[in-house]
Design a protein around this ligand. Structure first.
Ligand code: SF4
Length: 139
């Protein structure tokens, strides 16, 4: 059975910063014959609810605390890759500073918006560790 990893909020888990989800019914319908491994790196680090994060000068920075969560999120990716090296596909949530493939907002050090096409910190690390996986973004 094909093993796929999915951002947990797309599966209907209320794990977003404001305790909501982004249930993707179409995606859910396509997963019936697959082994699904959910992940939510931000919940694992910050819980629910939590402050929002943005990518600032290449780092994942909390918008209230100013804390740098980059290393903690990358550690989540390392642990996930260690536990699930045989994942074939990842479905990840668009626009997330952790989970996006190519749609996260990216700011420079002065908080000027530089791009809407950034890669989330977790997905970036995971793609480096498991370069064979196919990553698909869901809106
Ligand atoms: S986008 Fe990623 S970090 Fe954000 S709630 Fe969904 S799974 Fe968690």
């Amino acid at each position: 059975m094909k093993k796929v990893a999915v951002s947990a909020c797309l599966l209907g888990r209320n794990c977003r910063y404001d305790a909501t989800n982004r249930l993707d019914s179409e995606l859910m319908g396509s997963l019936a014959d697959k082994e699904v491994i959910p992940f939510c790196p931000e919940e694992a680090i910050l819980g629910i609810p939590r402050e929002t994060i943005d990518i600032v000068d290449g780092r994942a920075i909390g918008n209230e605390s100013g804390r740098d969560y980059t290393d903690a999120i990358e550690k989540q990716a390392e642990e996930f890759a260690r536990l699930h090296p045989d994942i074939e596909e990842v479905y990840c949530k668009a626009k997330s500073p952790s989970c996006a493939l190519c749609s996260a907002r990216v700011y420079d050090a002065k908080r000027n918006l530089r791009s809407h096409e950034g890669m989330g910190v977790f997905i970036k690390k995971l793609s480096e560790l498991l370069p064979h996986i196919v990553i698909k973004e869901r809106r």
